[in-house]
Design a protein around this ligand. Structure first.
Ligand SMILES: Nc1ncnc2c1ncn2[C@@H]1O[C@H](COP(=O)(O)OP(=O)(O)O)[C@@H](O)[C@H]1O
Ligand SMILES: [Mg+2]
Length: 509
């Protein structure tokens, strides 16, 4: 009887496949026969037992098919296998090919090696195992599954089959991947913001500029920063230096507009003793001071013609001579330049050399005006209020809504520098915990459809105010507004009077 049953099983095996009930029945009957020692029982008794076994196997099969989890039984030594309904639904019915062959076929090529490795190790060690892999459905789509396999042993402890389950973990995996991607994006964002922690703002216009700055910083390329006065050009130049391999070497800033024309060359390149009247000592220029580091040439558009030639030579040959000297000095200096001027227009006007322009225009970065990124104003106000209140030991609990609205609608001709000054001045005056700004400091003059003459006057006023904001109300001297505007201090003074500009507005302390 045993033999007959074995033959039956053997026949099914030789067909290459055991039907699911057969496997279950085989497992159930073998164990019940072994337990009851059926050799002594009668054939009818066995038949009854077999019918009962068949029924319980059928029920067991139904239960297994009801389980939403995929289940399968794999016989490593043969092609005989069994899969439950959930597995059939996903993969389609199991054809004559062995389950093992099909597993190879449906497993994603990128996951195959690791799954097969785990499987081989498990076969050798006889230990249960789990593996994650993408498996192809009958529709040709891959989903992630977590597969567990447990060895089933005979009485001698030999592994005869492996029982496996598969859980669809695709949704979990996708959300893990999304979370991973989000955290990468966030980390990138944090890196970017912390990379420029001193540059406040989150507007798209500023972010675009910062992205370019982040790219160029680690290179040794010349950078041309353009933008209106007070938009943060110098801040950016320092940030670029700080994020370059030259960070530990000097950063030397030169405002070309603030140096009298005939002294610019000596300021930049130094001079030998006796090079000109008053040159009593040899003097190092800014290029030599910046050796190994970065030189920032602000207001490059104001450079006199002769100095433009000398600068072109430094950029081309990395060499210069001191004024009155004959020896060439090598310059290992990164050059960053800035201007609020329209250089192509200056080339047209014959005040700027086009060959120098092409040399410096390697990597242009344009800083947006504050009115083009009004969404940053709130953040900047908070930042400066925080900075100046702690500097002055004041406690500010809130910023008045009206003040914030006015600050946000003002046109800011002097950009962030002007905003910073307005906040600093207001903080000095502020003696409550509510921060407010005097309306007259941020009165909007701009008005469309003005006659040309009025427009010119308004523009002139704006430019002078911006220059005063930059120089904190100083008119004369190398760093005064007159130098920035390239006009005589006395002319500027009379313009300030005629335009009714209150210089004190721009003075701090
Ligand atoms: N995005 C910004 N966040 C914080 N402070 C800024 C920002 N941009 C400019 N500033 C501040 O505004 C002032 C003017 O910036 P600066 O770099 O000198 O402008 P520019 O060289 O374009 O005239 C500086 O005190 C600078 O620290
Ligand atoms: Mg500047």
């Amino acid at each position: 009887m045993n033999t007959q049953m074995m033959r039956e099983t053997g026949a099914s095996r030789s067909a290459g496949l055991i039907a699911a009930p057969d496997v279950v029945r085989t497992l159930t009957v073998v164990s019940s026969l072994r337990a009851n020692q059926p050799a002594t029982s009668k054939y009818s008794e066995f038949q009854t037992q077999q019918t009962a076994a068949k029924e319980s196997a059928r029920q067991l099969q139904q239960v297994i098919d009801l389980i939403p989890l995929q289940m399968f039984i794999l016989e490593p030594e043969s092609s005989a296998s069994f899969e439950n309904q959930a597995a059939h639904e996903y993969f389609g019915p199991l054809q004559a090919a062995s389950l093992k062959a099909r597993m190879m076929e449906v497993t994603h090529p990128d996951d195959l090696e690791s799954v097969m490795g785990t499987y081989k190790n498990a076969l050798a060690s006889g230990q249960p195992f789990e593996a994650e892999a993408r498996l192809k459905s009958k529709d040709g789509l891959y989903r992630w599954f977590l597969q567990h396999m447990y060895p089933l042993r005979d009485e001698q402890g030999r592994i005869v089959r492996w029982c496996g389950t598969r859980i669809d973990v695709d949704d979990k995996k996708q959300s893990q991947e999304n979370a991973h991607r989000e955290s990468l994006a966030l980390r990138e964002e944090i890196d970017r913001t912390s990379m420029f922690e001193e540059i406040v703002g989150t507007s798209p216009a500023l972010k675009a500029a910062l992205a370019r700055i982040a790219k160029v910083a680690p290179t040794d390329s010349t950078v041309l920063i353009t933008g209106e006065t007070g938009t943060g050009k110098e801040l950016v130049a320092r940030a670029i230096h700080k994020r370059s391999s030259r960070a530990k070497r000097p950063f030397v800033s030169v405002n070309c507009a603030a140096i009298p024309k005939d002294l610019v060359a000596s300021e930049l390149f130094g001079h030998e003793k006796g090079a000109f009247t008053g040159a009593l000592q040899q003097r190092l220029g800014r290029f030599e001071m910046a050796e190994g580091g970065t030189i920032f040439l602000d207001e490059i558009g104001e450079l006199p013609a002769e100095t433009q030639v000398a600068l072109l030579r430094v950029l081309q040959e990395r060499e210069f001579e001191r004024v009155g000297g004959t020896r060439s000095i090598r310059a290992d200096v990164r050059v960053i330049v800035a201007t609020h001027r329209d250089l192509p227009a200056a080339i047209e006007g014959g005040t700027f050399r086009s060959d120098l322009f092409y040399r410096i225009n390697v990597f242009p970065v344009e800083m947006p005006a504050l009115r083009e990124r009004r969404e940053d104003i709130h953040l900047l106000v908070e930042y400066f209020v925080d900075r100046y209140s702690s500097k002055m030991g004041k406690t500010i609990r809130c910023i008045e809504r009206k003040t914030l609205d006015r600050l946000q609608s003002y046109s800011w001709p002097g950009n962030i520098r002007e905003l910073q000054n307005v906040i600093e001045r207001s903080m000095i005056i502020c003696d409550t915990e509510n921060f407010s700004v005097d309306d007259s400091w941020i009165a909007n003059r701009a008005c469309a459809n003005r006659p040309l003459a009025d427009e010119l006057v308004a523009q002139e006023k704006e430019m002078i105010e911006a220059a005063l904001a930059e120089t904190r109300g100083r008119v004369s001297g190398p760093s005064g507004a007159a130098a920035t505007l390239r006009m005589a201090p006395s002319t500027l003074d009379s313009k300030i009077k005629s335009l009714n500009i209150d210089k004190r507005r721009f003075q701090v302390n």
